[in-house]
Design a protein around this ligand. Sequence first.
Ligand SMILES: [Zn+2]
Length: 312
Amino acid sequence: MSRHPQQIRAASAASAASSRMPVSKISVPPVPVPAQEQPRPAPSDDIWSKCPTCKEISFRKEVERNLNVCPKCAHHFRLTVSQRLSITLDRGSWKEMFSEVAIGDPLKFVDSKPYPKRMEQARAASGRNDAVVTGIGKIEDRTVAIGVMDFEFMGGSMGVVVGEKLARIFGVGTRRGLPVVVFCASGGARMQEGALSLMQMAKVSTAVARHRDARLPYISVLCDPTTGGVAASFAMLGDLNIAEPGALIGFAGRRVTRQTSNQELPDDFQKSEFLLAHGMLDAIVPRSQMRFTLARLLAMLMRPGAVRAHGK
Ligand SMILES: [Zn+2]
């Protein structure tokens, strides 16, 4: 689909061999970027917000107060990373980790512009180094290792840094005995890093498996959109896979799927409601209920005796 320019088809990626990318050797120092949030919308968009589902126009402020959910039809707009963290975590509990991990240009990749140029623009616009933020925070007083993918940053595409930071935060969770929650939002693997990006599927999946071997829970929250190599690896590997309403979730896009399967696809194909009805998700949780639901699930999964009760 045209909305996922960074997505590449990762059909054979599951067989990606070694994922031991020596990140430290190709890392560059973090680029100094302005501490601004997202670029300001155009003035005409400033006050009003048009809902793509019901086409109604609402006060932007009213939508924002409503957790960026349309007050008329409950369409869930995408959130920025800071919005996500602020509505999920206890105030003042967030501590970011691994923000220094960065990558240069391992393949000297040039499409319509060189990869370093593209990265520079994405870094300047977002104020961060790559498409995921990782760290430790608290949800209703329970410490959790967290990853939040940033769709604004090159379509949330998964390259070496995204894989490395997620693998590291799983490692932190495993070592400290913490549950892990990842908010996924991605167009898939990052084509500018070629096979290196596909290897991240194996790397993160291995970290998830180690976490599971330690009998610690991992909750994957699939947000709009979660596609490509991310959907085909850690996004679907949670002990619980829960999604936001109306999120696009799938591997290949609708057109490719229709062509290869030669089938007419239902209208809600690859929407979270369709996936839930077909057993691919455990739950759909509205944004207003997400923090509370995560807290309740973590309380159940981490209660004394629940974890390590059947240890090896
Ligand atoms: Zn609406």
